[in-house]
Design a binder for this molecule. Structure first.
Ligand SMILES: Nc1nc2c(c(=O)[nH]1)N[C@@H](CN(C=O)c1ccc(C(=O)N[C@@H](CCC(=O)O)C(=O)O)cc1)CN2
Length: 296
């Protein structure tokens, strides 16, 4: 991946997640074509959450476009825990499936942790199982790493390269999906990492010390311009829909960062077109890797 110097001009450099994701998926397509059996990805959606339906469709369509065997299970919102576990069990046993993803969040009556735990860790292409989280924590190369942090690290790499020695990184958010694995990956790359959350004292002050700021809280435009250190690299993981009467749809997508105020950042991911496309690209990469491992 090309390393681009930090911007010295007034405007921050936009980190083009769409273009970088396209490069990742191009590589995935050629790896998939080299396999005797197509990589198989199963995506499971429970309920009718509109955003989840969009993401699941994007995943299935991308898998098809890359020549994968792509399977989608769309289950009603009232699906029971046992019914969902039975779907996961069947996918675990299916040799044509190398990756299983259960779209989150699940309806409130379902136990997400138990569902994730039921996925074969070698097919857990979301990297959410305790086994894969543990593998990542101890630096096991067999870890399947959650897609959004993996994609975010690739974006950071286009600015700073792979060695983040001497850089302070602040991750706002401590979820299993993004914040915690992100912090581990940054630490593995030699950054000095702080995990911040809703109980953190003086969050703006902490962020002002961050050379790399990762916002993953899901609160629209929470990170204000004066929280950002001049020249910092800002990775915006948030994707919230807010009302916007000027749009035909009546809404627009915003991140966790007040983008228009981040004029003095060195580099920043836009929303849309930043981290989001990388999440899908890394899911495809995790799936082809799972298929390659199976073929060895
Ligand atoms: N099982 C999982 N559930 C969820 C994950 C996940 O990684 N695994 N992540 C998020 C949502 N997500 C993927 O599922 C996701 C979010 C956003 C995008 C994306 O490409 N966004 C576009 C905008 C798309 C739009 O118009 O809505 C962008 O940012 O450019 C992809 C995937 C929660 N659940």
């Amino acid at each position: 991946m090309e390393t681009v110097p930090l911007s010295s001009a007034n405007a921050p450099r936009l980190i083009d997640g769409k273009a970088i994701a396209a490069a990742v998926t191009e590589d995935v397509a050629s790896r998939a074509a080299a396999l005797a059996a197509k990589p198989g990805l199963a995506v499971v959606l429970v309920g009718e959450d509109p955003a989840s339906a969009v993401y699941v469709r994007m995943k299935s369509e991308k898998a098809e476009a890359l020549g994968f065997h792509s399977v989608q299970h769309s289950l009603p919102a009232e699906t029971s825990q046992d019914e969902l576990l039975a779907v996961v069990d069947a996918l675990n046993a299916d040799p044509a499936i190398h990756g299983i993803l259960v779209q989150l969040p699940l309806p409130a009556h379902l136990d997400s942790a138990a569902v994730i735990a039921a996925i074969d860790p070698d097919k857990d292409v979301d990297g959410l199982s305790v086994i894969n989280a543990g593998r990542l924590a101890v630096g096991d190369p067999n870890a399947i790493v959650p897609c959004t942090p993996l994609g975010s690290m690739t974006l950071i790499g286009t600015v700073h390269g792979t060695d983040l020695s001497g850089l302070n990184a602040v991750v706002i958010g401590r979820s299993r999906l993004v914040g915690l694995p992100m912090a581990l990956l940054l630490a593995k790359a030699n950054a000095t990492v702080t995990i911040a959350h809703s109980r953190t004292k003086d969050l703006p002050g902490l962020c002002q010390n961050a050379d790399i700021l990762v916002a993953a809280v899901g609160r629209p435009e929470m990170v204000k311009g004066d929280w950002i250190k001049p020249g910092a690299t800002v990775i915006d993981v948030g994707t919230s829909r807010v009302p916007d009467a000027s749009r035909k749809s009546g809404q627009r997508l915003v991140g966790d960062v007040a983008f228009a105020e981040a004029t003095h950042a060195g580099a920043i991911t836009p929303v849309p077109g930043g981290v989001g496309p990388m999440t899908i690209a890394m899911l495809m990469r995790n799936t082809v890797e799972a298929a390659e491992r199976k073929a060895r």
